[in-house]
Design a protein around this ligand. Structure first.
Ligand SMILES: C=C1C[C@]23C[C@@]1(O)CC[C@H]2[C@@]12CC[C@H](O)[C@@](C)(C(=O)O1)[C@H]2[C@@H]3C(=O)O
Ligand SMILES: O=C(O)CCC(=O)C(=O)O
Ligand SMILES: [Fe+2]
Length: 372
């Protein structure tokens, strides 16, 4: 039976005018290439150019009994420790254990985290203060996970190289597989938002101070519908691979059908990887691929655990747009810089800063050292 609609065409038009335009869906890429590698590489290149963000499914990293599950168990055990035990691995330098404070310039979020350099020697060094009873077990769990996600990052970068028709399709993946690559692993643990208001007196005073100072998230650590878990930013590296438990919170800034940017909720999917283009990939492709802005809003009543692999080149790597990306119609957008130079600028800036703009060829401050 067909039920006639209660709304007349005229009323439907009025409702359509009042409602915001529909949000774009989060693109999904099936990494098992059901339509062949050529179609997959073109799809990866298209979503990275249009949204700079996608959900990768059938990615080949075993989830339930594999490295991801072992890492989640090891990091959850760490976050369950008493505060003074966790503090042995901090304060973040920026590496190590951090709680609420992000970076060196006054950013705060409702989270605690571990930030690790992804190379095995650095992991072994940190493991001693993270798991004092069995540091080598912790190291091997992290190293095994890093190997698996690095492989996935390389696969995606090679598909991108092919989809963009690069002369050397492996150019991007070679940058992140150099022995001295500067990749990071970050594990974020967001407490349930319903416990945030149950903070002790000192915490409440600290948060009030932060809310009053201009330095704390521009003086406003809340947004409509929740608290800021991790403030708005783009990831500075080449590519980020994020995996989280089944708790929502991640949002990405995407254009709607009218081209107006809006925050889009990313529905949790613990079996997928969420992939985002970083600033360096935007620079290498002369702005063709976009480094997506994203944030985490704490609204859930269960803790969110997320693990992000930031694939980066060595510090000395020179980042300039690939020749095939520079044409008469699309002149060079960013001046050439090293990853070390970019990192120095980024650590002097707030989380939300659009730091790649400092390297824009039209900018007067082309040394990239000027802050917001
Ligand atoms: C405020 C900051 C934290 C950050 C370094 C920065 O000065 C600006 C970029 C931030 C960011 C965002 C993505 C990653 O989580 C991160 C590890 C990175 O490489 O850049 C963080 C930095 C950090 O927490 O140290
Ligand atoms: O924890 C998350 O889900 C995202 C955090 C993030 O964007 C980051 O650590 O750079
Ligand atoms: Fe991020």
């Amino acid at each position: 039976m067909v039920v006639p609609s209660a709304t007349t065409p005229a009323r439907q038009e009025t409702v359509a005018l009042l409602l915001p335009p529909p949000s774009p869906a989060i693109p999904t890429v099936d990494m098992s290439a059901p339509r062949g590698r050529g179609a997959l590489s073109r799809q990866v290149a298209r979503v990275c150019a249009e949204q700079g963000f996608f959900r990768a499914v059938n990615h080949g990293v075993p989830m339930p009994a594999g490295p991801a599950a072992r890492l989640d168990a090891a990091t959850s055990a760490f976050f369950a420790l008493p505060a003074h035990d966790k503090q042995r691995a901090g304060p973040p330098s920026p590496l190590g254990y951090g709680c609420r404070s992000i970076g060196f310039n006054g950013d705060v979020g409702e989270l605690e985290y571990l930030l690790l350099h992804a190379n095995p020697a650095a992991v072994a060094h940190r493991a001693a203060s993270i798991n004092t009873s069995d540091p080598s077990r912790f190291s091997s769990v992290v190293n095994e996970y890093v190997e698996a996600v690095k492989q996935l990052a390389c696969d995606i970068l090679d598909l991108l190289g092919e989809g963009l028709g690069l002369k050397d399709p492996r150019f991007f993946s070679k940058l992140i597989t150099e022995t001295d690559s500067d990749s990071l692993l970050r594990i974020n643990h967001y407490p349930p938002s319903c416990t945030i208001h149950k903070l002790d007196h000192d915490d409440k005073c600290k948060l009030k101070r932060i809310a009053r100072t201009k330095a704390g998230n521009g003086g406003n650590p809340t947004v409509v519908g929740g608290r800021i878990g991790f403030g708005e930013h783009s990831d500075p590296q080449i590519l980020s691979l994020l995996r989280a438990n089944d708790v929502d919170g991640l949002q990405v800034l995407l254009p709607d059908v009218e081209g107006k940017d809006g925050w889009v909720q990313v529905p949790a999917d613990s079996s997928a990887f969420f992939v985002n283009v970083g600033d360096l990939l935007q620079a290498l492709t002369n702005g063709l691929l976009v480094s997506v802005r994203h944030r985490v809003i704490a609204t859930a009543c269960r803790p969110r655990l997320s693990t992000i692999y930031f694939a980066a080149p060595p510090l000395h790597a020179r980042i300039s747009a690939l020749p095939e990306m520079v044409t008469a119609g699309t002149p060079r957008r960013y001046r050439s810089f090293t990853w070390a130079e970019y990192k120095k600028a980024m650590y002097s800036l707030r989380l939300s800063h659009s730091r790649l703009e400092l390297f824009h060829v039209d900018d007067d401050n082309s040394d990239g050292s000027k802050g917001k």
